[in-house]
Design a protein around this ligand. Structure first.
Ligand code: F6P
Length: 344
């Protein structure tokens, strides 16, 4: 077979491990030819390609980022985008394209398959862990580990100065990173988009904690967390050119509010893209490798229009339509029954 591969959306630890696994099984076991598209869908539309071989992927397993380059954007943003994608598939003699991406790229892939019969297979990628249809996405474990390491470091400086540290983590409209890093890092409070917060209640918790003699507190805030309407002023979210809300900054607003309401010395920490950079954890290397192998197997099984997904101990193909159009929210049993037990 001749299979195209692209990485779309934000970069994520484990992308190279997925590509490497596709290439390894594709070339060595199936005798496939793998064509990499540069810079996501732009590379498909403009026919900017690179040969992906076992040789060219050597040494990439632990490397963060993506050797193919990535960006946001979709063929549907261009009047002739879909025709250009279809022409590339046909002119390059491709049997299909493996799309390694998050909600945005998988939605594009699903529409290309459903409405234009372009053969695609998805691989769920995102540090946010917010894709439906799979128990977990690759990159998430690495982001949680990075955030946890940061929280561990913040504990000692917070304790030395009797400070409240407000740590903002990524995750868009789901609080997976916040919840898991909050549990792993021993946070006093975790605020997630799924549950609007009352900053007054957050302050009460921290004050109670201080009354018990604990003068340092870590508050973990997901970037998409929002106050209960009318409880705190926050600026309207602006929208970027791809229609996504611009997030980031809520941690600083909350830190200032806590400082004003409690008088405690408070500092905001914005972890930002550090959470996406660098080498994947062993867990993510294994998951990415399993996803890559499953994706090339799915191509040979002609599971077009499907996505490889982790279900329990297995990795199996599931319809892309099960994954797109919604966001996977935090498992409330983990938040309510576990994380909350440790809140101040
Ligand atoms: O979806 C991954 C993610 O890192 C989100 O957690 C974050 O909101 C967003 O991407 C940041 O996007 P950008 O890299 O475009 O600033």
């Amino acid at each position: 077979m001749r299979i195209g591969v692209l990485t779309g959306g934000g970069d994520c630890p484990g992308l190279n491990a997925v590509i490497r696994a596709i290439v390894r099984k594709g070339e060595r076991i199936y005798g496939d030819e793998l064509v990499g598209f540069l810079d996501a869908w732009d590379g498909v539309m403009d026919r900017r390609t690179t040969a992906l071989t076992v040789e060219s992927m050597r040494g990439t397993l632990p490397r963060g980022g993506t050797v193919l380059g990535t960006r946001r954007g979709s063929p549907f943003d261009h009047p002739d985008g879909v025709e250009r994608v279809a022409a590339t598939v046909s002119d390059l003699g491709l049997d299909g394209i493996i799309v390694i991406g998050g909600n945005g790229s998988l939605t594009v892939a699903s529409k290309l398959f459903d409405d234009h019969q372009i053969p695609v297979i998805g691989v769920p990628k995102t540090i946010d862990n917010d894709i439906e249809g799979t128990d977990i996405t690759f990159g998430f474990n690495t982001a949680v580990q990075i955030a946890t390491d940061a929280i561990d470091r913040l504990h000692t400086t917070a304790e030395s100065h009797d400070r409240v540290m407000v740590v903002e983590v990524m995750g868009r409209d789901s609080g997976w990173i916040a919840t898991e890093a909050g549990i792993a890092g021993g946070a006093a409070v975790v605020l997630i988009p799924e549950i609007p917060f009352d900053v007054g209640q957050v302050c009460e918790r921290i004050i109670r904690r201080h009354e018990r003699g604990r003068y340092a507190s870590i508050v973990v805030v997901a970037e998409g967390a929002q106050p209960i309407a009318g409880t705190m002023e926050v600026a309207e979210r602006s929208i970027d050119r791809f229609g996504h809300a611009r997030l980031g900054g809520i941690g600083s607003i909350i830190a200032e509010e806590i400082r004003e309401r409690t008088g405690f010395d408070t500092r905001p920490v914005l972890l930002g893209h550090v959470q996406r950079g660098g080498t994947p954890t062993a867990f993510d290397r294994v998951l990415s490798t399993r996803f890559g192998v499953a994706a090339i197997d799915a191509a040979h099984g002609r599971h077009w229009g499907e996505m490889v997904a982790a279900r329990g101990r297995e990795v199996i193909p599931v319809p892309l339509s099960e994954a797109v159009g919604r966001t996977r929210q935090v498992d409330m049993t983990v938040y309510r029954d576990v994380a909350e037990v440790f809140f101040a």
